[in-house]
Design a binder for this molecule. Structure first.
Ligand code: DC
Length: 239
């Protein structure tokens, strides 16, 4: 492999399985994993904590100058720290997804997080996951994927996941939320959700997680050797 950082981008709508798949792919490749949605969620949480309205561009921009946002790698993922406190759990509540989507439409937020994401990626090889990884943040990425699934399938997966966690889950309400978040992420003026022209589009509606990871590895593996150690660690012996 050459000395420069290698980047795989995975973009796509909420609930398409990007986080799970990005984490597994990163592990198999021996790359780090960059969860950019977590950054937008942390900004939304900071705004909520300080009582800053999510649509007030000036106030959110001022807030950005005063918060300390850091990602610290642990295992295959990263912990998110806001002003020194680990907020990795708090940013995952049902409320923070739509809130993150709202602040992510603001220019100062996108600009600041784009800079931060590029700075992080200079430190090594990454699988970067989000909405605008292949289109805006890393237009020269080595491999670009767009992971999609039908809204109905994404709602079914989310309903199942919540039920497994013992939480109440109403399929129709979840489907409506998914459709609304897609609309919000895809219709904004800045860095809207869409596949990069050179992205490989994978529809995971009828694929297992492992099948998606294998499909991606087959593409990446055409140009770089997959580290044997990472293959062995995931218990998958080169199928
Ligand atoms: O992937 P996620 O659900 O954690 O992302 C939360 C929101 O953050 C998403 O609805 C839109 C925004 N986001 C973004 O605009 N750009 C990214 N690269 C990642 C997330």
């Amino acid at each position: 492999m050459s000395d420069r950082s290698r980047i795989v981008t995975i973009d796509g709508p909420a609930g398409a399985g990007k986080s799970t798949i990005s984490r597994l792919l990163a592990k198999r490749l021996g790359f780090a994993f960059l969860d950019t949605g977590a950054m937008y969620r942390a900004v939304a949480l900071a705004a909520k904590r300080r009582g800053v309205p999510l649509d007030d561009e000036g106030a959110v921009a001022a807030l950005l100058n005063t918060v300390d946002l850091r990602l610290e790698p642990v295992g295959g993922g990263a912990r998110v720290f806001l002003d020194g406190n680990d907020v990795s759990g708090e940013i995952r509540t049902a409320e923070m997804g739509p809130a993150a989507s709202q602040v992510s439409a603001l220019a100062p937020v996108r600009q600041r997080l784009t800079e931060l994401q590029r700075a992080i990626a200079r430190s090594g090889n990454f699988v970067a996951e989000g909405r605008d990884m292949g289109t805006v943040v890393f237009p020269n990425a080595d491999w670009k994927f767009y992971l999609d699934a039908s809204p109905e399938e994404r709602a079914r997966r989310r309903t199942r996941q919540l039920a497994e966690q013992g939480e109440e889950a109403d399929y129709n309400a979840i489907l409506a939320q998914i459709i609304e978040r897609d609309r919000q992420d895809a219709s904004r003026a800045l860095a809207p959700l869409r596949p990069a022209e050179d992205a490989v589009i994978i529809d995971s509606s009828h694929m297992s997680i492992e099948q998606v990871v294998e499909a991606m590895l087959a593409i990446v593996g055409r140009s770089i050797p997959i580290p044997q150690q990472a293959v062995e660690e995931t218990g998958n012996h080169g199928r």
